[in-house]
Design a binder for this molecule. Structure first.
Ligand code: CBF
Length: 800
């Protein structure tokens, strides 16, 4: 039997397939209470998860001990989202126990992949910002940096998407209905979080309170050498149950405190178009930020005592403006609760906090009405006023304000209260300096730094693309997993026919697997020889899924006009969710589904063009799609996509990008080589200039008959005969204001797509380009990004 007292470093060498089998059976019997003859797939998956979790826990304790022994600076990552997806495969891969687990399950008469993929995705995020946070946690552990992620344990997370008549329908996500194998409840880590009431001189009497209760999930790094903690807060009532009401027969009233408190941690991004929705959102932000700061200070005081040393030992990163209340809250804790003079408290808070901006879209730089803010957080509003006054007093000639009549500006607050503000790609950081934070950057010229995003190679290559990973390891050994830049050592292999044919074979097999899965799950047959052209991301006008579908319509029309021409068969695959209140984005989804129905049924074009919109995009679906993709659609309006991380995952897995000079596309193109990237469209500067041209969309349509014909088909009901006007508003938008310049970029997009077609027909040439994308993407590891944060923002160091 295995010993539970192993050192983290020895996990993979001391734990055998027999140990794994014994551990699974042990948990099946004693944790799940089942015997093998009656166990369901769920029981086996849980038993396996507990067996793996045991192996993680040893290393986790060892890491905590080492952090305390070293008295090391700790990094705290505060984020509304941690899009961690499934954890079982991740744990098995990082502990290098995947083969043992598969063998053990097979020996037990089970299909290992059926067991492993029984795990639901933890839907604790929405998009790139949340997935980035998950990659960062894994990299922090792989590098051995003492760190905690702090967020909310949403009962329902983001909604589950399904389609009814092509329309997006939102269903509640139920990932927590089953027991979550990876977490540990911490009844001792509970904080009372207040809201409302009155502010008094250097104090606050909240009118109501909830309890923030901690649940910890260990996040294990590569080779199990280190594990950090993701601590998620669940909201609970101060008094669980109102017995008086119950005894009076008011059963609903008796349960109200619990229901009200739990509302706070029920869903990610509640609809905030109503006043009550806004209030809930602000409550969520304060709830998790306040609980996290209380926890951080408790740990700090236990370890170091003197709060004036906080910036020396603690780095707190604000993932976007959602935890921006951390600035005033930390000042409140230091000043009101610990008597540190206000200005000093402000300086200490600033030296501890860093702020990452993830978008320049004005709607995402949060602004709260001071009416709502003052009602929920009266003392914080006073503190913000003082921060604002102090900043204005220091820079009297500046027009920057954190407060405007009636409004609290969280972007400005975050900037002023952080010692470093970072963008997430080189272009985004420059645009930040010249647009949203232009004046603040002039006042604080050293504050803005760039940390281009990255992705963890463990999940996004080793785990999700085992065929390509094995080929790489065969050629250069395994060290690339912990040091992705070693992929450059494959450069010489790109000229080797054996390597290229193995590379092409890995892609072909991945595509065959995906095609089989799509057919089994969605009943759509795809020929793996077709080009797999993929756009997977949240639905947003700036991401321009409608540009993609318009090009598909134009292509369909062109194929119909000349069916015998030499077309390159392709399938366009889409996936992504639209925010429930974003009607235009939801209509784009429906349009794509409607177009798919008509195009896929057309006997003339069917073998040359297919369109598929896969429902309920999540991390697991991305892991399936990316290794099987040939073409990566990164087609946002230049200047709008802060970075992107999907673009990096695709390039790493050998999909060629068709893209604009936006976000990290710019850096991807520089690194993989412009000859291995299909560029089109206006630059960020040209976008600004184009918008100033009167009737820019109409002018673009007038000179491109293909675009005009595609729009006409959308307008005349070709794809929705039963309701011909269904998409009139989309056509109206694209012919009129067209803020995201779909029409103006269409012609060049069409040109680039035909270059893609031609390149794909040269199979060897295509494989060479794809392999160059893999070989030259090593820089896009999140390990590199984390090293950048450590050096430029946190002043933290690894402990191993
Ligand atoms: O930086 C991570 C990602 O964040 C976003 O998803 C966001 O939520 N603001 C951006 O849209 C992405 O460009 C970026 O990669």
């Amino acid at each position: 039997m295995y010993s539970s007292k192993v050192d983290a470093m020895t996990v993979s060498t001391t734990f055998t397939t027999q140990d794994m089998r014994a551990a699974i059976l042990h948990h099946l019997t004693y944790t799940m209470g089942k015997d093998a003859d009656h166990a369901t797939t769920y029981d086996w998956r849980m038993a396996l998860s507990f067996a793996v979790r045991d192996r993680i826990v040893d290393g986790w304790f060892a890491s905590t001990r080492k952090s305390y022994e070293a008295g090391a600076k700790r990094v705290y990552y505060l984020s509304m989202e941690f899009l961690i997806g499934r954890l079982l495969q991740d744990g098995l891969v990082n502990l290098r126990l995947l083969d043992d687990a598969c063998e053990a399950l097979t020996a037990l008469g089970l299909d290992p992949w059926q067991v492993i993929s029984n795990e639901p995705d933890a839907a604790l995020g929405n998009g790139g910002l949340g997935r980035l946070a998950a990659c960062f946690l894994e990299s922090l552990s792989s590098l051995g940096v003492p760190a905690h992620g702090y967020g909310i344990r949403y009962e329902h997370g983001l909604f589950r998407q399904s389609f009814v008549d092509g329309r997006q329908v939102e269903l509640p996500e139920t990932w927590l209905q089953q027991h979550h194998a990876w977490e540990f409840e911490r009844p001792e880590a509970r904080y009372r979080i207040g809201f409302g009431g009155d502010a008094r001189d250097a104090g606050w009497d909240p009118a109501e309170a909830v309890i923030a209760a901690a649940y910890d999930t260990p996040i294990v790094g590569w080779q199990g050498r280190w594990a950090n903690t993701l601590r998620l807060w669940a909201a609970k009532p101060v008094e669980a149950f109102d017995l008086d009401s119950f005894n009076r027969g008011d059963f609903v009233g008796a349960a109200t405190p619990e229901a009200m408190a739990r509302t706070i941690s029920r869903v990610l991004y509640p609809d905030d178009t109503t006043e009550i929705g806004k209030e809930l959102r602000l409550k969520q932000e304060y709830f998790f930020t306040a609980a996290s700061l209380a926890d951080i200070l408790r740990r700090f005081e236990m370890e170091h005592g003197d709060l004036r040393k906080l910036p020396e030992k603690v780095a707190i990163q604000l993932n976007d403006t959602h935890p921006a209340i951390a600035g005033p809250e930390l000042v409140r804790l230091l000043h009101d609760d610990n008597g540190i003079p206000f200005d000093e408290a402000m300086d200490l808070a600033r030296s501890t906090l860093g702020y990452t901006n993830h978008t320049l879209l004005p709607e995402a730089l949060e602004r709260w009405s001071d009416h709502l803010f003052g009602r929920l957080l009266p003392r914080h509003l006073e503190i913000i006023d003082r921060i604002d006054q102090a900043h204005r007093a220091t820079y009297p000639s500046s027009s920057v304000t954190i407060r405007e009549p009636g409004v609290v500006k969280m972007g400005e607050l975050s900037f002023v209260m952080a010692h470093r503000v970072n963008g997430v790609s080189a272009l985004h950081t420059e645009l930040m300096k010249s647009t949203v934070f232009k004046e603040l950057n002039a006042l604080h010229p050293d504050r803005i730094v760039n940390e281009t995003n990255g992705v963890t190679p463990r999940r996004w290559l080793l785990s999700s693309n085992p065929r390509l990973a094995s080929l790489i390891t065969e050629r250069i050994g395994e060290d690339w997993v912990g040091d992705l830049e070693q992929l450059s050592r494959l450069e010489e292999h790109v000229g080797d026919a054996g390597f290229l044919s193995a590379y092409a074979e890995a892609k072909r097999a991945n595509k065959a697997d995906l095609a089989a899965w799509i057919e089994a799950e969605h009943g759509i047959a795809l020929d793996p020889a077709m080009m797999f052209d993929v756009q997977i991301k949240r639905l947003h006008e700036y991401k321009r899924q409608h540009l993609n579908i318009l090009e598909a319509i134009a292509l369909w029309q062109a194929i119909r006009a000349a069916p015998d021409a030499d077309w390159t068969p392709r399938v366009k695959i889409f996936a992504g969710k639209a925010a429930p209140g974003y009607h235009f984005a939801k209509d784009i989804i429906r349009l794509i589904n409607d177009v798919a129905e008509v195009v896929n049924a057309d006997p003339v074009t069917r073998d040359k063009l297919k369109i598929v919109f896969l429902p309920n995009y999540n991390v697991t679906l991305a892991e399936r799609l990316i290794p099987a993709s040939d073409l990566s659609e990164q087609i946002s309006t230049a200047g709008k996509e802060a970075s992107g991380t999907g673009n990096m995952k695709f390039a790493l897995n050998g999909a060629l990008t068709i893209g604009t000079l936006d976000g990290a596309n710019v850096e991807i193109r520089e690194r993989v080589g412009e000859e291995n990237f299909f560029l089109f469209g206006m630059t960020a500067d040209e976008v600004v200039a184009r918008r100033k041209i009167k009737d820019h969309a109409a002018k673009a349509i007038a000179v491109d008959p293909r675009l005009a014909a595609a729009l006409a088909a959308v307008r005349d009901g070709t794809f929705c005969a039963e309701e011909p006007d269904r998409y009139a508003h989309i056509v109206q938008n694209l012919s009129g204001p067209d803020y995201f310049l779909v029409s103006s970029d269409f012609t060049d997009y069409w040109r680039a797509q035909r270059e893609v077609d031609a390149a794909y027909r040269d199979a060897d040439g295509w494989t060479r380009m794809a392999a160059r994308n893999t070989v030259r993407s090593g820089w896009f590891s999140s390990d590199r990004t984390i090293r950048g944060y450590m050096a430029d923002v946190w002043g933290a160091e690894p402990v191993i």
